[in-house]
Design a protein around this ligand. Sequence first.
Ligand code: ADP
Ligand code: MG
Length: 726
Amino acid sequence: MPNARQKAIEAIANTEYDLNQIDFRATSLKDLFGSLVFSEEVQKARLPKPVFKALQKTIKQGVVLDPTIADAVASAMKDWALEHGATHYTHLFQPMTGLTAEKHDSFLSPTGSGTALAEFSGKELVKGEPDASSFPSGGIRATFEARGYTGWDPTSPAYIRETPNGTTLVIPTVFISWTGESLDKKTPLLKSMEVVSTQALRIVRLFGNTEAKKVFSSVGPEQEYFLIDKNFMYARPDLLGCGRTLFGTKPPKGQELEDQYFGTIPERVIACMADCETELFKLGVPVKTRHNEVAPSQYEFAPIFEDSNLATDHNHLCMDVMRRTSEKYGLVCLLHEKPFAGINGSGKHNNWSLATDLGENLLNPGDTPHENMQFLVFCVAVIRAVAKYPELLRVSVASAGNDHRLGANEAPPAIISIFLGDQLQDVIDQLERSDLKSTKAGGFMEVGVTVLPKLPRDAGDRNRTSPFAFTGNKFEFRAVGSSFSIGGPNVVLNTIVAESLDYIATQLETAVKGGKALNKAIQDLLPGILKESKKVIFNGDGYSEDWHKEAEKRGLPNLKSTTDAIPILIRKDTIDLFAKYKVFTERELQARYAIFSEKYVKEVMIEANMMVMMAKTMILPAALRYQSVVAEAVNSCKAAGVDGGAQLELLKELTDLTTKFQAASASLCTASHHHPEGDPYAHAKYIKESVIPKMVDLRTLGDKLETIVADDLWPLPTYREMLFIK
Ligand code: ADP
Ligand code: MG
């Protein structure tokens, strides 16, 4: 009888997949784009003109929504959805799980005479009341007072979700408690966007821009993920239950040949990607690039940037579509930060900038940044923000999954620093010396082949090891985990930059009012800020040991694990900052402190229990079976009168390892069942200090067994198979 692992491989070898599910000659991408979105164009065609105008003003300029238009919008939305075959609508929200949640309601409403009407009122569009008791609230709501409300977010367009046997109208919403506290990731994000807009507008006004009405924080999240054959997951309870492998020895061939990055994309994978892109295009998600990533079976998608609210919603959609579409191709999409030990994990590069509603990118240096004072003000504001609040950025990317990745020489370290690059560093140095004169030019590269055109050279090289890098006209926050909602990190970015802009605007406004020329005021102010903040700038190798030492000397925080980072959420300066800008109340931060802790505890506990289960029911039986085989061989040698010394050694080694493995499993089981006194954070700290080391021990022994036990007895698909059989 083949075991689950052998059956999985057999199934993969014998399955034919339909890789021609979409014909791009028949449907052009251009026509598909946004076809399932209640977009500006659809709104314009279907809404009464004053309603359309009012709605657009809310979306584009942040003007307060006129509540009387809700009925008209709801009615147009319903008609449009019904034409698309929708039977239900749902308020989609983003609870603190980091995922999305939805409850569907039918449009049908019985008339009482045996017939039914399709109904959807403004009231139903604007507010919903899902039973909120089962979402993490961190103590904000007890289950007996479970009222939570969803509220329409008109700035993120509704869309149609097509599923087999039905389509649903999806309305993006915020999720708040009866007492008005945010229970989700969207509400604080929207608040932080308003805050950064207000402060950024003060700066552009100083520069004489009276036209811009709003400043948006723009975000383009690059999404890394793994795709492996789904049959493997059926044979790996850890992948199914935890999204990552808890056992598994490094394959003889991993990523060392560097033959995977940007390599040819396997056929089944590219078919799946194209299908995802089609779905995402219909939903108005502007996915742009796709490629192989560094690790085997690892890939990346990147969209074109949008405002941070839309980018967050669209990133959720992207993850959802990838998960669902991959199944059609017999694949499973792994979004965990570290599905496989020993090879690269997955992150999400959060490209971030600020732009006015008129489209001016405020972090675009232009050709001569040394003359671009407005750019320098924004740039220094970001540097100051990161220097002042590095720990907040760190805690915004903290999770049990991301702990495996940060600082593991594949992703940026847990020390937050900024990379500026040659050109910008040079200008910033001049600024600090109050001696702004010139900008280093990029020029052209010498290719050395006469028939080839000259290639323009970027003014600075890249640096992949920095957690926060200036990349031309935006900053790239690279420490975000692949499974994260980007809501959290962007709330922090928007708020800390707003605080810096607020500080700078206040200084400049005062100086200008006092009669100083703006240019002079800026040149008087910025060097001082740079002197204070420049410790956070580092242009070297972020992976190196030297940097860890240097960073310590500079006094930069190095919060290595999630449990080191969580307390930052309730530190006084954090509470003061978020309260000042009304992004989070103290109670909301306390709630997040509890939720982050609980989430950490639950995730690691599930893994610990899963490990014990796999150890006892899968690995140990395999080891024992092999032990009998070897014992039999030893006995046969004895009976035949030949030297069985080597076989006896193997038996001893195997017995020794198996005994230790059994003991480690028992020890992990005991440790994970202990529940220390105190709050969820105390539990998290206990798990980090007393459970995780035991998981590491058990894994080391299990992985060693994998290298000795007979291959035909090993029950779990191996790394060698999961990563390379396609
Ligand atoms: P990289 O070289 O890092 O791959 P790309 O130009 O491909 O850089 O962009 C990566 C991501 O950055 C994309 O999602 C892109 O849309 C986004 N991006 C570009 N400009 C901005 C901007 N002004 N604000 C936010 N994101 C941006
Ligand atoms: Mg990038």
